[in-house]
Design a protein around this ligand. Structure first.
Ligand code: MD3
Ligand code: FE
Length: 213
């Protein structure tokens, strides 16, 4: 059998200008990425943040990098320290940085140096309602996301909350890049369905890499 050198190209789904899903782009590194997630969670544990309205988010989160995204009664923001431990967030592992930069390059973005990596953990029943990512100062840089474990249905909307949404499947190893006009689109994740993945059990992880400042 010849190696399939073009599988990434064939499995590339264009979502709009500057945005695409690269099917299976992270498959080869999945085990190493999961090992790093386990290590990071020993330093900054996964937690369910509170929405500004006082509701517990069903997604469990942890941060790595100079800046970490937090939500509580006083709103959403990026902090340099973990409010739960008072310590700086753990460093983004080099294999994370290397993957994020390769994915941004695949979409034609220049050097991508994210300063925030948010790790979302989904159990069956967990969802992320439609939102925009607009707490970052740099809207020029793309956002890179990496899906691991159980598959999810991704909701892709428009620039206004009420715009109709298109559904895409995000499966283990898929990497998506969101830049240009797509950077401020509304998006979300439908309630995660029950299932078992050989590497994560009944969980889905998503890494998002952002340039905040
Ligand atoms: C489109 N995470 O953390 S990843 C988030 O699977 C977030 O955990 C989801 O939305 C998850 O904010 C979706 C795909 C994604 C991430 C960021 C985006 C799509 C995006 C930013 C702008 C547009
Ligand atoms: Fe988002």
């Amino acid at each position: 059998m010849l190696p399939d050198l073009f599988s990434f190209e064939r499995r590339r789904v264009e979502l709009g200008p500057g945005a695409a899903i690269l099917g299976g782009f992270a498959c080869d590194q999945a085990e190493a990425l999961l090992e790093q997630i386990a290590y990071l969670s020993s330093i900054a544990p996964f937690r369910h943040m509170q929405t500004p309205g006082g509701r517990r988010m069903s997604v469990a989160m942890l941060n790595a990098g100079p800046l970490g995204w937090v939500s509580d009664a006083s709103g959403y923001r990026y902090t340099t320290t973990d409010p739960q431990t008072g310590r700086t967030w753990p460093t983004i592992p080099p294999i994370f940085m290397e993957l994020a930069s390769r994915a941004a390059q695949a979409l034609g973005f220049g050097q991508f140096a994210p300063d925030a990596c948010l790790i979302n953990r989904y159990a069956p029943g967990t969802r992320l309602s439609l939102h925009q990512d607009r707490d970052e100062q740099d809207h020029q840089a793309p956002i890179v996301s990496v899906s691991l474990g159980l598959p999810a249905t991704f909701l892709w909307g428009g620039l206004q909350r009420q715009n109709r949404t298109t559904r895409y499947r995000l499966a283990h190893g898929d990497v998506a890049v969101w830049g240009g006009p797509s950077r401020l689109m509304f998006h979300g994740i439908s309630e995660l369905k029950d299932g078992v993945h050989p590497l994560t059990g009944a969980l889905r992880y998503n890494l998002t890499f952002r340039k905040v400042r």
